[in-house]
Design a protein around this ligand. Structure first.
Ligand code: AQP
Length: 343
């Protein structure tokens, strides 16, 4: 795709950190939505490597992971002929604008409200300043491209709201430059929970691999994770987030992978639990077995595509993506600098 050369379509921007193995939560919460959007919008999808280095990364691993994230985008169905894919650190305007926003409009009072920082870094002794500041870099990522909508999972909504606040504040205090973006969150799948603990989101940086289904997990390993996933008391398949959070989470995954609605799933598994609900063996057994199969089927197809891309192909895509987005980013940065009197 050639950005901005076609008839005008609203601009969609989003990204993923190459900070670990991407999981089903990333796919169902973000990537699947991106794929659906690429026909209707001018889509820009970034590999946000500067975000990944807010926590320590192994340099050799990081280089490989950047390419792996692109392969995941492609396997998910992002088509470089329709959407731009690029690497954040290839466009220097991101860090320049982040610094400007830090100084001109971001305030400690804004940053101290960010719940993800409290969850990820708040308790640790050695936490980078970057981790604290990364929502401002994310705001810069979004605002550089005159973004209309940012499709993200639930955990990123607060950060997109910060981007809106910073854009509005800049426009008010220095003059109109930024478009104020909307957040786009899926009704279902916006927060896939951990398989080992349904009170916490599925996360790349979880302590145990039992928390997530990595998109690169061997299908049989993934099936085993589903079979061993934590469930709730009782044996009824019912979508009830409050009283049956683990089953509701598994039903969400099942529904999104197969297209079956919650009511259909409830009906399908009605009366299929064991006679003695307390017995742990076989509890929710049939439901889990079928879900494990659905996950396996999804991964086999996904990974077939994932392994079909070469490193050189991915590098070409990133290079071409950077070529397309650079002029847009530089133009926005120029306007910002003019407003500040530093151009
Ligand atoms: N559990 C989830 N359910 C739904 N969506 C999710 N996302 C992340 N976890 C879930 C969405 O995936 C996109 C990319 O995420 P990211 O790379 O920015 O990382 P993150 O949001 O910090 O979450 P991760 O992937 O689990 O990483 P860690 O462990 O580092 O926190 C985003 O749109 C995100 O909302």
């Amino acid at each position: 795709m050639e950005l901005n050369k076609q008839n005008y379509k609203p601009i969609v921007f989003s990204g993923v950190q190459p900070s670990g193995v991407l999981h089903l939560g990333n796919y169902l919460g973000a990537l699947e939505q991106w794929v659906q959007m690429q026909d209707k919008y001018n889509c820009i999808f970034c590999v946000v490597d500067y975000h990944a280095i807010t926590v320590k990364q192994e340099p050799k691993e990081l280089g490989r992971r950047i390419l792996d994230v692109v392969k995941i985008y492609l396997a998910a169905g992002i088509n470089p002929a329709k959407a731009v894919i690029f690497q954040q650190s290839n466009i220097t305007a991101h860090t320049e604008l982040a610094w400007i926003l830090n100084c001109a409009v971001a305030r400690l009072a804004d940053m101290n409200k960010m719940t993800q920082f409290k969850e990820k870094g708040g308790e640790k002794e050695s936490v980078s300043v970057g981790l604290y500041d990364y929502p401002v870099l994310m705001a810069a990522d979004i605002l550089l491209y005159n973004t209309d909508a940012v499709p993200v999972g639930d955990d990123q909504v607060q950060h997109v709201e910060l981007a809106r606040t910073l854009a509005q504040r800049f426009n008010r205090e220095y003059g109109q430059v930024f478009k104020v973006p909307e957040v786009a969150v899926r009704k279902q799948g916006a927060r896939i929970m951990g398989l080992d603990d349904p009170s916490k989101k599925m996360s790349k940086s979880a302590n145990s691999a039992a928390n997530y289904i990595a998109l690169t997990d061997a299908p049989e390993v993934a099936a085993k994770k589903i079979r061993r996933a934590v469930t709730d008391s009782g044996s009824e398949i019912k979508y009830d987030v409050k009283n049956k959070p683990a089953i509701a989470n598994l039903m969400t995954i099942y529904s999104l992978l197969t297209g079956l609605g919650f009511k259909e799933l409830e009906k399908k598994y009605q009366g299929k639990g064991p006679a003695y609900a307390e017995a742990s063996v076989g509890k929710y057994g049939e439901f889990k077995k079928d879900l494990a199969e659905a996950v396996k089927k999804f991964l086999i197809k996904f990974q077939l595509k994932y392994h079909s891309y070469s490193g050189d192909e991915v590098k070409r895509i990133l290079k071409d993506g950077a070529r397309q987005v650079r002029p847009v980013a530089e133009e926005t940065l120029k306007k910002v600098k003019e407003k500040l009197g530093i151009n």
